[in-house]
Design a protein around this ligand. Structure first.
Ligand code: ZN
Length: 81
């Protein structure tokens, strides 16, 4: 698990299964993508290799247009999520 801070609302939380703060949303440009459950923005981890060592994920905002498209695709794949 990683410590992470939302780039939009500054919510701090853990990236872990069922942590409740960030939900996995596949990949963005090959990097792990998450949804902030507090403010709903899309974020990606820009330092996945380093985060493995430091346990701190650097979260970067996914551009809104890309995030909207990703969210729609995710809804089609996982309508119940
Ligand atoms: Zn947020």
């Amino acid at each position: 698990m990683f410590q992470a801070t939302c780039a939009a609302c500054q919510t701090k939380g853990e990236i872990a299964a069922n942590s409740g703060f960030f939900q996995a949303r596949g990949k963005y440009n090959g990097l792990p993508a998450y949804k902030c459950t507090t403010c709903g923005v899309g974020l990606y981890v820009s330092n996945p290799g380093r985060a493995m060592l430091t346990k701190r994920a650097k979260m970067v905002l996914i551009p809104a247009a890309s995030w909207t498209r990703m969210s729609e695709q995710w809804k089609q794949m996982f309508p119940e999520d």
